[in-house]
Design a protein around this ligand. Structure first.
Ligand SMILES: Cc1ncc(COP(=O)(O)O)c(C=O)c1O
Length: 453
C-alpha cells in the first residue's frame, strides 16, 4: 500500500505549473510554484512543522503544551495541523485586517483565535506582537513560536522548497520571485538557490506601506514608509530576523489595487485559485518584465489558496467599495438600464412653449425631444428656453417649432460610453438611444457624469 502515516507527511512536493496567458508579454518562461496542494493549503505548512520539530528537539515544548503564535492565518493553519497530530493546544493571535475566512478556518481546526487591532504600533500593548508575547508569558507550559525571528522558518525553505524548485527546473531557474512577509520563504529558497548558482536573481515583492524596499535600497528603517495597507500576507512594519537582505537582489512594490486585480486574473486566466500575495507577486513580476530575456526561467511562488479571500478580492462588492473593480466597458444600454421601463417624455412641434415648460416641471427633466408625424424633428432644453423667455416673455405662447433646436443625435444600444460622450456637449445636452424593440430612451449629460463618478 502507498500510504502516508499522517497528514503532515503529505506536505511538500508541490507542483510547478507553466503560466500561459497572464505572462504572454514576458519573454521568459514563467513557472508558478503552487503551494495550495499542501494539506493546510499554503506554503506555511512547511515551516510550521519545522519550527515545532526544532522546538521539540531543543526541549522548548513539552507534551500537552500550548503553542502560541501571532499569525496572519496560514502559519496558524500549519501549526494547527501539526498541533493536532502531535497533541498540543494552539492559540493564534491575529490582527483585525485578516479575512474572516482565515479566522473561521483556524477555529475549524481547533485553534483558539485572539483578534487584535491593526492600526497600532508593534510596541503597543494591544498589537498582535505584544499580545502574543504576553499570552506566552502568562500561559504555563507554553511556547511562543515567533515566526518572524524564529530561524527554523527560513531553514524549512532552505531544506525543502529551495531543493524542490532546483530539481523541478533541473537547475535551469534564473529568477525566483515571491512576496515577502516574515522573509522565511524568500530567504530560505534564495540562500539555497544562490549556493547552487550565485547568478540566480532573487526578487522580493513588497507593498506600499511596508519598510522592506527602502531598507534594502538605503539601509534606512524609515517609519514614514509605514501606513495601513490592504494586501494580505506581505510587507512589514518591522525587520524580521528571517529576512536575509543579502540573498535578496531587489524589492518591487505593488499597489493594493493591482494585487487584488491580479489575484482575480490568476484565477480567471490561468485557472489557478490562489491568494492575494500571488496577485502581488505576478504583478510585481510583470512590472519587472523588461529585465527578463527569452532564455530566462522564472519561478514565482504562490503562497496560499483563493478560498481564503472569497469575501474580499473575489467579492465584487468588496472590490467595488474600494474602487478596485475594473468595470467592463459601459454602453448606452447600461446607461438607460435604470430608467428603461419609463416611457420617453416628448412634446409635439405644434404645442405651445408653455406646455413644454409644464412637462419639464412635471417630470423634473431638463430636455425634451420634439416630435412631428412620428419623427424626431427637434429638441428643447431648459437653458435654451430660459434664455429665450428672459429676452422675450411672450414666447411662452408660440409653438415649440418656432423655438426648438436641432433634434438629439440617435445612437444604438451597443454604442459605448466613450462614443456617447463625444456626441454630448454644450449644444447637444442629450442623445436618444434606439432600442431593439423600436422604442427610444434618452441619455443626458447628467447620466454620463453619474456613470463616471
Ligand atoms: C498569503 C501569504 N503570502 C505571503 C507570505 C509571506 O511569506 P514569508 O512570511 O515566508 O515571507 C505569507 C506569510 O505570512 C502569507 O501568509
Amino acid at each position: 500500500m502507498k500510504i502516508y502515516n499522517n497528514i503532515l507527511e503529505t506536505i511538500g512536493n508541490t507542483p510547478l505549473v507553466k503560466l500561459n496567458k497572464l505572462t504572454k508579454d514576458v519573454e521568459a518562461l514563467v513557472l508558478a510554484k503552487v503551494e495550495t496542494t499542501n494539506p493546510g493549503n499554503s506554503v506555511k505548512d512547511r515551516m510550521a512543522v519545522k519550527m515545532i520539530e526544532d522546538a521539540e528537539n531543543a526541549g522548548l515544548i513539552k507534551p500537552g503544551g500550548t503553542i502560541i503564535e501571532g499569525t496572519s492565518g496560514n502559519t496558524g493553519m500549519g501549526l494547527a495541523l501539526a498541533a493536532i497530530i502531535k497533541g498540543y493546544k494552539l492559540i493564534c493571535v491575529l490582527n483585525d485586517k485578516q479575512s474572516k475566512e482565515k479566522m473561521d478556518i483556524l477555529r475549524a481546526v481547533g485553534a483558539e483565535v485572539v483578534v487584535c487591532p491593526t492600526a497600532v504600533e508593534p510596541t503597543d500593548p494591544r498589537s498582535y506582537y505584544s499580545v502574543s508575547r504576553r499570552l506566552a508569558a502568562e500561559t504555563p507550559n507554553s511556547w511562543y513560536v515567533n515566526q518572524y525571528d524564529n530561524l527554523s522558518n527560513r531553514q524549512a525553505h532552505y531544506e525543502q522548497t529551495g531543493p524542490e524548485i532546483w530539481e523541478q527546473t533541473e537547475g535551469k531557474i534564473t529568477h525566483f520571485v515571491v512576496g515577502v512577509g516574515t522573509g522565511g520563504t524568500i530567504s530560505g529558497v534564495g540562500k539555497f538557490l544562490k549556493e547552487k548558482n550565485p547568478n540566480i536573481k532573487i526578487w522580493g515583492i513588497d507593498t506600499y506601506g511596508s519598510v522592506f524596499k527602502k531598507y534594502k535600497e538605503t539601509g534606512i528603517f524609515d517609519e514614514n514608509e509605514i501606513y495601513p495597507y490592504i494586501t494580505e500576507g506581505i510587507g512589514e512594519d518591522i525587520l524580521p530576523k528571517n529576512v536575509d537582505f543579502d540573498v535578496i537582489d531587489l524589492f518591487e512594490k505593488v499597489t493594493d489595487k493591482d494585487a487584488a486585480v491580479y489575484t482575480r486574473k490568476i484565477a480567471r486566466e490561468e485557472g489557478i485559485f490562489v491568494g492575494n500575495s500571488a496577485g502581488a507577486a505576478i504583478k510585481g513580476l510583470l512590472q519587472l518584465k523588461d529585465q527578463l530575456t527569452k532564455d530566462d526561467v522564472v519561478v514565482v511562488l504562490f503562497h496560499d489558496h483563493g478560498s481564503r479571500y472569497v469575501g474580499k478580492m473575489f467579492n465584487d462588492d468588496w472590490m467595488r467599495e474600494r474602487g478596485f473593480l475594473e468595470e467592463e466597458v459601459k454602453t448606452a444600454a447600461d446607461l438607460i438600464e435604470k430608467h428603461g421601463n419609463r416611457p420617453l417624455v416628448t412634446v409635439f412641434a405644434e404645442e405651445l412653449v408653455s406646455h413644454a415648460i409644464a412637462s419639464m416641471r412635471k417630470y423634473g427633466i431638463s430636455q425634451i425631444p420634439v416630435m412631428k408625424d412620428g419623427k424626431f424633428v427637434g429638441a428643447i432644453d431648459d437653458s435654451h428656453v430660459y434664455q429665450l423667455l428672459v429676452d422675450n416673455p411672450a414666447l411662452r405662447d408660440v409653438s415649440i417649432a418656432t423655438v426648438m433646436g436641432e433634434p438629439f443625435p440617435i445612437v444604438k444600444e451597443s454604442d459605448t460610453l466613450e462614443q456617447l460622450s463625444k456626441l454630448i456637449n454644450k449644444q447637444t445636452p442629450a442623445v436618444l438611444v434606439e432600442k431593439k424593440d423600436g422604442h427610444f430612451h434618452i441619455v443626458t449629460r447628467y447620466d454620463i457624469i453619474a456613470s463616471l463618478s
